[in-house]
Design a binder for this molecule. Structure first.
Ligand SMILES: [Zn+2]
Length: 135
């Protein structure tokens, strides 16, 4: 059985290492001294770490606020990392200002969802009483 030692880049690189059992590709952490001993004994080799980034699975959708008091908003979520959030705008520009930072990327609102959002915003705006133009 061959064991692969993968150094883990951290602030303190000497605090841990990852040992990978090559038939099963199962990884586990060992103290660096153990990793060096395995390499010295000839049963392990050191390889570069493989950084696996999650694949963003972003979903955008416009949200209609209950009751018509507030403008519609944009909801964004990601099923890969579980992050989600809502971008609101009193001026109907949430589709422009929305920045969804997750999975190492910055997502912006896709065009088709922006059109749905704008349609909801125009509908909301047209139903406003005369006291609009607040802000
Ligand atoms: Zn994500």
């Amino acid at each position: 059985m061959e064991i692969i030692i993968i150094p883990v880049p951290t602030v303190e690189p000497e605090t841990q290492a990852v040992v990978q059992n090559s038939p099963t590709l199962e990884s586990f952490h060992v103290p660096p001294g153990v990793g060096r001993a395995l390499i010295a004994a000839g049963v392990a080799r050191q390889v570069m770490p493989v950084v696996t980034k999650p694949t963003p699975q972003t979903r955008w959708r416009p949200l209609r606020a209950e009751g018509g008091m507030y403008p519609p908003a944009l909801h964004h979520s990601c099923s890969s990392c579980g992050m989600n959030g809502t971008t609101e705008s009193q001026r109907g520009t949430a589709h422009i200002s929305a920045r969804f930072c997750h999975c190492g990327v910055v997502d912006t609102c896709p065009e088709d969802v922006a059109e749905l959002y704008l349609a909801l915003y125009r509908e909301w705006e047209s139903n406003l009483p005369k006291n609009k133009n607040r802000r």
